[in-house]
Ligand binder design. Structure first.
Ligand code: PFF
Length: 456
């Protein structure tokens, strides 16, 4: 039963904006270009698109089905549909992902907040070396980055305490269109820089020799899950606030298309700009890629400082609508299962997440032992967290969700929910085929290829 601590979206558009707010965030604008750079360019983009449409989209719809059907959070949905089994553990994994991802996400979100100020007042330097040295010095400052992380978590908490509709819908509805306009302007400018053609070649012409590179495959799969907010029950929670009259499938497709378009757009900004900078190597940019490349682009624009600052405001807001949904998963869980008040849930969970975020904040130069991991372990503590949660936990969650919907809950009931109130959906047959075979098989194959070298 929906408790009064829950809520409902104002309309289907409200849901689309909120789910898009969850999906569009640092994953698109910071994560995607960084991963493309490390994954060898266009070949990563190709694998990513395959993962989004053939592996993730069917699971995205499945999560919404589970949420709307049960009106429960991540754990409750499984407990309601498969009582007295261990399936609730899939939801529990999602709750842990919420806290785990938020713990490193808030650190990067804190960086974007600082860059609002840095780009406005200038002083980042003018050469590529100066701009990246500035980034290195800034992220190595422990108290500052820990403070920014805490600040971002507290703002997230305040929004969540505002309730579902007021908190999430409103922010996204106003700011997302603005973000898209700014990105389009930046892309137009980036594409006219000298060197843009080379950047485009890197971004769009795949080097097929890497198409079976397990690092590319696992990173692209993980990035697709992360960018779509998938595999951890965030969309079960959002689906549980969805009205039975809304067309769930079509809403899902809109969100997926929008999220993917924005990630691709970010690539059209970063790579043309990057390649216009002398000595640029996309593979070594690491998590600082956008923070070192974008200031160079702003410098070429009239009113660049103001423009750059506005860009980071919108990026921070996009991150905020994502952190809200990351926190909403464990919050909804505590409200539903332990009957906590929303306030208690938020306070306790922010405390736990902040504690966990400290090593991620300090692992960028402030504390040497957290800052120098091997490349396989993500380079530093923050990188390790990203690998554990994005590349492993989310796809494992997604795999189990696909198995649950296809084989335990069952396709007939799932399709009944998908097409409730005569909702139109392009092809329930294709969806059923993908969720039963392609999604789980692709995740399994990618995982097996990743762990195979350990045994051979
Ligand atoms: N999709 C978000 C992004 O791309 O920035 C990150 C995220 C939000 C992941 C919410 C998972 C989630 F539940």
């Amino acid at each position: 039963m929906a408790s009064p601590e829950r809520g409902m979206w104002g309309s289907r558009m409200g849901f689309i904006f909120a789910a898009a707010g969850s999906a569009v965030g640092l994953g698109n604008i910071w994560g995607f270009p960084t991963q493309v750079g490390q994954g060898g360019g266009a070949v990563f983009v190709l694998v990513y698109l395959f993962c989004v449409f053939f592996v993730c989209a069917p699971i995205f719809i499945s999560e919404l089905i589970l949420g709307r059907r049960t009106q429960r959070g991540a754990v409750g949905a499984f407990a309601a549909l498969a009582p007295k089994t261990k399936w609730w553990m899939v939801g529990a994994l999602g709750v842990m992902c919420g806290v785990g991802i938020l713990s490193f996400y808030a650190v990067i979100a804190g960086w974007t907040v600082a860059y609002i100020y840095f780009t406005a007042v200038g002083g980042l330097g003018s050469s590529a070396d100066e701009v990246s040295a500035f980034f290195g010095t800034f992220t190595a400052s422990g108290p500052l980055t820990v403070g920014l992380t805490l600040g971002f978590l507290l703002v997230t908490a305040a929004c969540i305490l505002g309730g579902v509709r007021a908190g999430i819908e409103r922010v996204t509805k106003t700011l997302m269109p603005l973000l898209i306009v700014l990105l389009l302007i930046l892309a137009a400018r980036a594409l006219t820089l000298p060197g843009a053609a080379e950047g485009l070649k890197y971004y769009l012409r795949p080097d097929f020799s890497r198409i079976f590179d397990v690092n590319v495959l696992t990173a692209a799969l993980g990035q697709a899950f992360f960018s779509l907010s998938l595999g951890m029950g965030a969309l079960i929670v959002y689906g549980s606030y969805l009205n039975p009259k809304d067309n769930l499938g079509v809403a899902a497709l809109w969100v997926i298309l929008l999220d993917t378009a924005i990630a691709l757009l970010a690539g059209f900004i970063i790579f043309p700009t990057g390649f216009s900078i002398e000595g640029f190597d996309p593979s070594t940019g690491g998590p600082g890629l956008i923070f070192t490349v974008l200031p160079q682009l702003f410098a070429t624009l009239p009113g660049g400082a103001l423009f750059g600052s506005a860009f980071f405001v919108l990026l921070a807001m996009a991150a905020l609508t994502s952190t809200i949904s990351l926190l909403e998963v464990p919050v909804a869980h505590c409200i539903d299962e332990y009957e906590w008040t929303r306030k208690k849930a938020v306070v306790v969970l922010i405390g736990v997440t902040f504690t966990l975020s400290i090593p991620s904040a300090l692992g960028n130069g402030a504390v040497a032992s957290l800052s120098n991991f091997s490349a396989a372990l993500g380079g530093n503590f923050l990188g390790l967290m990203a690998i554990v949660w994005n590349n492993y936990a989310l796809p494992i969650g997604g795999f189990l969700i696909s198995i649950f919907v296809a084989y335990r809950f069952g396709l007939p009931k799932a399709i009944e929910e998908l097409t409730a109130e005569n909702a139109w959906f392009p092809s329930t047959g294709l969806w059923g085929f993908l969720i039963r075979t392609v999604s789980p098989a692709a995740i399994l194959l990618i995982f097996l290829s990743a762990i195979w070298p350990l045994f051979s």
